[in-house]
Design a protein around this ligand. Structure first.
Ligand SMILES: [Zn+2]
Ligand SMILES: [Zn+2]
Length: 209
């Protein structure tokens, strides 16, 4: 965990390296979000595409030397690998798995009523603790907390999703609307100071939705 503000370069290849060097696990996401293909040993066979090379395994147990398989499970802090990935695909966006980086993220999408859902939620549980925030470039907002280390619900209301087992894109990735992701404040990244609110954790005995 770093405690200091991290300046984020404005181009994704350099920014990806900066994140990795700061200990944040990143992986490539194509601009159209089409996943990078798994290697032959990691690609499960389908009816149309048999694959005798496939070795059955769970993504988190992959021992593959390609080191690019299984989407966000390939995320790494290996600066040399990150440099290589973005040299191959300079316009790739920067994905970061949430739980694997110690984060739980509230994803607010006003286009689907997320701001309304947040207002309703805060009426019920009180104003959420302040922490690190990222503007998504599409008018949305990420509120980034430290993970509570327990399973979380996938959504807390319309337009109000929880990114925990999944991933988010990091600044300066480009949103599908054309805008760039940006850290709130001075555009610099800080590890979240606040843990996911207990009031939003089902295991605490309060239903979250
Ligand atoms: Zn593989
Ligand atoms: Zn694999």
């Amino acid at each position: 965990m770093i405690a200091s503000l991290l300046d984020i370069p404005t181009d994704p290849p350099s920014a990806a390296v900066a994140y990795a060097a700061a200990g944040i696990r990143v992986f490539r996401v194509r601009p159209d979000k089409a996943p990078f293909a798994n290697c032959a040993r990691c690609r499960p066979p389908t009816e149309k595409r048999p694959n005798p090379l496939y070795i059955e395994h769970r993504p988190e147990e992959c021992r593959c030397t390609a080191r690019t398989c299984h989407g966000f499970h390939a995320a790494t802090t290996d600066v040399e690998l990150v440099k290589q990935w973005w040299a191959e695909q300079p316009d790739a966006n920067i994905g970061a798995p949430c739980a694997l980086n110690g984060w739980a993220v509230l994803d607010i999408d006003p286009r689907h009523g997320g701001d309304q859902s947040l207002a309703v939620l805060e009426q019920r549980v009180g104003v959420l603790p302040g922490t690190v925030m990222q503007l998504t470039g599409g008018g949305g907002l990420h509120i980034v907390y430290r993970t509570p280390g327990v399973p979380l619900p996938g959504t807390l209301g319309p337009g109000l999703d929880v990114k925990h087992n999944g991933y988010i894109l990091l600044a300066p990735s480009v949103h599908s609307s054309g805008g760039r992701y940006r850290w709130s404040g001075h555009g610099r990244f800080l590890q979240p100071p606040a843990t996911w609110p207990a009031a939003l954790t089902p295991q605490q005995g309060r239903r979250a939705a």
